[in-house]
Structure formats: structure tokens, C-alpha cells
Design a protein around this ligand. Structure first.
Ligand SMILES: NC(=O)c1ccc[n+]([C@@H]2O[C@H](COP(=O)([O-])OP(=O)(O)OC[C@H]3O[C@@H](n4cnc5c(N)ncnc54)[C@H](OP(=O)(O)O)[C@@H]3O)[C@@H](O)[C@H]2O)c1
Length: 289
């Protein structure tokens, strides 16, 4: 039986809804008129209370606590409930949700952090894994608020995340470590910095900030990352060799290949999706150097 929408007389429970991305979704669903119940480590309702009072239960705790939380709440949910997670990786949590419960299961990965003001222009990946009662509701509410939805499998999601988040954070960590090893004082870097450097440094500071576990987990928990790291290593060796030989023409040729107009990512199409407002103005208004 599909749910006859629009209905709002069901509660949405978010385990891990007192902070981070869980709180963002708690505020979002509340703003849409739903009753939302949340918990953190030291406050909110208990897991049995979530199961008894919420038709949708969302797991939004840190990666390291996700599987245990799923195993605790999963068996308590009835068949017509929805068990969903917001984890940045999808294969393992979705497998765990299917194994732990009889409920409908959807893996969800919001591809943004809790600092965005709304869903407008944001991407969300949904991995429906059991049942068809709730997918339409989620797609409807997200799309109505301006999000782009990609429905896919957990395996495809994790492969893409090895490139999107894995490669991004790998690069950031590598640059941060190299800067740290340089022995140059941060205040000295400031005086010589360019706009692009300051933007990259702000990202490095976030990754090397108070929540290192989030970024570490995104890299170490994704089985597809090894191949990406190896490819990255091969390209770094290639660059090292060209720089060592001072081969400007060789390096320039590498930036051009394969054929395509300047500005396109090699081998790909220019993105149709707008970049974040921070980068948009930076890229538009400055020369990249
Ligand atoms: N942050 C993002 O940008 C982002 C984006 C997309 C997906 N995700 C995914 O969302 C999930 C949560 O990440 P987050 O960054 O939002 O985490 P977070 O800010 O560290 O914590 C979120 C919630 O989990 C609770 N919590 C913290 N440690 C816990 C533990 N050991 N056991 C049970 N609950 C705990 C917190 O409660 P307290 O009130 O006790 O602190 C808070 O309510 C992760 O799976 C992450 O991969 C995060």
C-alpha cells in the first residue's frame, strides 16, 4: 500500500538530530510542517521510543556509530515504516539496514553540509533498497525545495564518492601535510597568499579542524578509494618527472589532452551544475594563479 500524500500526520525521528546534518534535516522537515523527534548522545528520546512513535526513522550519527545504531533500531521497526540513513557511504549501511529490519529501506546521502541555507541547487543521492511506499514522498519534498535527486545503487554511489569526496579530501590532506612539513609559519603564508591559495587553505583548515574523523572515515571506509589513490600516485610521479626535467612543453601538453576546448575538465564535459557561491565568485572574478 502506498502512502496517500500529502499527509503530515506522521512523525519523523532523527537519531543524531541534535547536531550536524541530522539537525539540518530536523529543521528542514519541521519547516515542512512535520512533527520531528530527535536524539543526541545525552538528550532526546530513546531508540524504542523512536520505533514506537515515528513512521520514518533516520540514522544521522557519525560513521563509526552508524552500524550499531542501525542494528539497535532496525529490529524494532514495523514493515510499513521507513529506515533511512544519511551516511556519506552507502554500501555497508544499506546492507546493515536490510539485515536488521523488515522496514522499507532507503539509503540517502545529502551532498552538502549543515552550513547550506536551503536545498536549492543541492544534490541528494537516494538508494532505495526495499519497498516503494516512501520514495515518492522523499523525492517530492526534496524536489519541491529545489534539490536535484539521483536515484542509484549503493555500489554506484560509493564508486562515485571515491572520486568526488575521496579524491577531493585526499588532495586537501596531501596539500595540508606538505604545507605543514614546509616549516613556514602560517602568518608568513598569509602575507604572500593569492586568492586561490586562501580558498584552498580555508578548506584545509576545515579538514584539519575539530572533526577529523568525518574526513578520515570518508577515505578509509570506502573500498573503492585504493584505486583512486594509486591513479593519483601515478599522476603525481608523472608530474614530478616533468617538473624535474623542467619540461614546460610536456606539462602544457598534458593539460591539453584529450582534445577539448580550454576550460573543460580533460576527458569530460563542462559542468552544467553551478559551483558553490564561494567558488563561483572566485572563479569568475580572478585569474587562477
Ligand atoms: N556533516 C556533513 O557535512 C555531512 C554531510 C552528509 C552526510 N553526513 C553523514 O551524516 C552522518 C552524521 O555526520 P555529522 O557530521 O552530522 O555528525 P556529528 O555532527 O558529529 O553528529 C551528529 C549527531 O550524532 C550524535 N552523535 C555523536 N556521536 C555519537 C555517537 N558516538 N553515538 C550516537 N550519536 C552520536 C550527535 O549528538 P550530540 O548532541 O551528542 O553531539 C549529533 O546529534 C555521518 O554518517 C556523515 O557521514 C555528514
Amino acid at each position: 500500500m502506498k502512502i496517500n500524500f500529502p499527509v503530515k500526520d506522521f512523525a519523523i525521528g532523527i537519531i543524531g538530530g541534535t547536531g550536524g546534518i541530522g539537525k539540518w534535516f530536523a529543521d528542514f522537515f519541521t519547516g515542512e510542517g512535520h512533527t520531528v523527534r530527535v536524539s543526541g548522545r545525552a538528550e532526546g528520546i530513546s531508540i524504542p521510543e523512536f520505533a514506537a512513535s515515528c513512521r520514518i526513522v533516520i540514522v544521522a550519527v557519525p560513521i563509526a556509530a552508524t552500524l550499531d545504531t542501525i542494528r539497535e533500531v532496525g529490529p524494532l521497526l514495523p514493515e510499513d515504516a521507513l529506515l533511512m540513513d544519511l551516511t556519506s557511504l552507502k554500501e555497508e549501511p544499506v546492507r546493515a539496514m536490510l539485515a536488521a529490519s523488515r522496514a522499507e529501506v532507503i539509503g540517502c546521502h545529502p551532498l552538502f553540509g549543515p552550513d547550506v541555507p536551503s536545498l536549492a541547487d543541492q544534490n541528494i543521492v537516494l538508494c532505495p533498497a526495499r519497498g516503494d511506499r516512501w520514495l515518492g514522498f522523499l523525492q517530492g519534498i526534496f524536489v519541491k525545495n529545489g534539490a536535484r535527486i539521483r536515484v542509484t545503487t549503493p555500489a554506484e554511489h560509493d564508486r562515485m564518492m571515491a572520486l568526488i569526496q575521496g579524491l577531493t579530501h585526499l588532495d586537501t590532506i596531501l596539500m595540508g601535510l606538505t604545507l605543514r612539513d614546509s616549516g613556514v609559519e602560517p602568518s608568513e603564508l598569509e602575507a604572500f597568499s593569492t586568492p586561490v591559495f586562501r580558498t584552498k587553505r580555508a578548506i584545509i583548515e576545515k579538514v584539519f579542524g575539530p572533526r577529523p574523523g568525518l574526513y578520515a572515515g570518508i577515505l578509509t571506509e570506502n573500498p573503492n578509494i585504493t584505486e583512486v589513490v594509486e591513479r593519483h600516485e601515478r599522476n603525481l610521479s608523472l608530474l614530478k618527472e616533468l617538473v624535474r626535467k623542467r619540461d614546460t612543453a610536456g606539462l602544457a601538453a598534458l593539460l591539453k589532452k584529450p582534445e577539448g576546448p580550454p576550460g573543460q575538465i580533460p576527458g569530460g564535459q563542462k559542468s552544467k551544475i553551478p559551483s558553490s557561491h564561494v567558488f563561483r565568485s572566485l572563479v569568475r572574478n580572478t585569474r587562477i594563479f
